[in-house]
Design a protein around this ligand. Structure first.
Ligand SMILES: Cc1cc2nc3c(=O)[nH]c(=O)nc-3n(C[C@H](O)[C@H](O)[C@H](O)COP(=O)(O)OP(=O)(O)OC[C@H]3O[C@@H](n4cnc5c(N)ncnc54)[C@H](O)[C@@H]3O)c2cc1C
Length: 389
């Protein structure tokens, strides 16, 4: 087995590195950190101008036909450089779903401005009373002539304050089993009746609560069949898993090694020479490598025309859980200074360890909690009996 990505991907990686040198500035990373908004329009538009928003798509759809291993190389570099990628990551899920199940007219309307970097999408699934049990959504959409009228509330609508549309899960039929009465829409976030309120998380990310009161949208904005929303969600949720090969944990690991190599203890020895420090860094490196290989397995499945299902859950569960315990070990390793935040003077590793510690906990929740991923692996992967009804 050859774990390298190959010469084609290495060449593309070099191109991406050159692009980053030209377009990524430290203030973009600082702004994302300070505001909690994981998206930078200037950088995003530069990606669009280069044809890299959906570089894996066929040329007829505005992509470059890059293979999954080239895409892995690209994502690795964006991650290691610290690019705020939340907008790109969540929008590509919606765009891929439109490409898979949308009408021709919808593809013409929504995909070109996305591919050029002009618009992004938000995901509107979670509600105050339904997150893991996403099919229990209560936000109502009621037909009125050629329009639909939407009333309800969504929770954790990340980047709604930057996105043009929210990909909204609604209930169109309350009288049938819950999975059968759902319909998906793209709702313009500047439509009358939409309200967006910021929610700041302990991980530093800004997300939103969004409210919909009598929001009127044309039937042309419905994605998939009426009451067929669960089929659309199934496609979208599969695209959500099996994303990035490298995570924030890899970036922080790299920076911690650099810091530990240069920093000295009061007795003059280098931090990196402490066996306990080396052991912790080695454990984290191994965990990061396992996460990377699980992600590559998803890329490899995609390369052969498959869709990562259980494999995506395995990757998501591993990286979120390992990153949480590794971040805790790193904070412990730094002692009291490990609690200093990014931006505070004397914060070791520029405070990125402290940031990782808070951010890692949040990764065990979004995109499906760790318990939910374990359930998927147990039932669909290992064939264990369902533990709940
Ligand atoms: C920073 C952030 C960004 C997010 N962004 C978005 C977004 O853009 N769009 C969006 O729609 N949502 C988003 N979410 C919401 C996220 O997907 C949900 O928070 C998540 O799915 C969990 O749902 P919940 O918060 O309602 O918790 P609940 O579902 O109420 O879960 C509570 C606890 O019960 C456990 N639990 C629930 N069901 C089971 C089960 N079947 N088996 C075992 N344990 C179970 C959970 O693991 C958890 O520990 C975001 C969340 C966060 C924190």
């Amino acid at each position: 087995m050859d774990f390298r990505l190959g010469a084609k991907s290495d060449a593309f990686r070099d191109e991406v590195r050159a692009f980053l040198r030209e377009h990524l500035r430290p203030d973009m990373i600082e702004r994302a950190h300070d505001t909690g908004t994981g998206h930078d329009w200037e950088f995003h538009r530069a990606l669009g101008a280069r044809g890299w928003i959906a570089a894996s798509w066929p040329e007829v759809y505005g992509g470059q036909g890059r293979d999954p291993f080239e895409m892995t190389a690209m994502r690795d570099e964006l991650r290691l450089a610290g690019v705020p990628t939340d907008g790109l990551g969540q929008s590509i899920i919606v765009a891929r779903t439109i490409r898979a199940v949308g009408s021709e007219a919808q593809k013409q309307t929504f995909l070109p401005p996305f591919l050029s970097g002009e618009i992004i999408f938000a995901l509107g699934y979670t509600e105050p009373d339904s997150g893991s049990d996403v099919a229990a959504a209560k936000t109502r959409a009621v037909r009125d002539g050629d329009d639909w009228v939407i009333d309800g509330q969504k929770m954790f609508t990340t980047l709604a304050h930057e996105a043009a549309y929210v990909f909204l899960l609604t209930r169109t039929n309350p009288d049938v089993p819950k999975h059968r009465g759902l319909t998906m829409f793209l709702v313009p976030l500047d439509a009358p009746g939409v309200e967006i309120h910021p929610v700041h998380t302990m991980g530093g990310e800004r997300t939103n609560a969004t409210f919909y009161t009598g929001v009127r949208i044309p039937d042309a904005f419905r994605i998939g069949a009426v009451d067929g929303g669960w089929d659309v969600m199934t496609v979208a949720l599969t695209f959500e898993r099996g994303g990035f090969a490298l995570s924030e944990g890899d970036r922080v690991w790299q920076r911690t090694v650099e810091w530990a190599t240069g920093a000295h203890r009061p007795d003059g020895t280098r931090v990196i020479d402490d066996p306990l420090v080396r052991e912790r860094l080695a454990t984290m490196r191994i965990n990061n490598e396992v996460a990377r290989l699980l992600a590559l397995r998803c890329s490899s499945l995609a390369a052969s025309g498959g869709l990562p299902g259980v494999e995506g859950s395995m990757h998501k569960l591993w990286y979120a859980e390992a990153m949480t315990s590794d971040a805790s070990e790193l904070v412990d390793m730094l002692g009291a200074d490990g609690a200093l935040e990014h931006g505070e003077p004397d914060a070791p590793v520029d405070g990125w360890v402290e940031h990782l510690y808070r951010h890692a906990a949040v990764t065990t929740i979004y995109g499906g909690t760790s318990e939910v991923q374990r359930g998927i692996i147990a039932e669909r992967g290992l064939g264990l009996p369902r533990s709940r009804r």
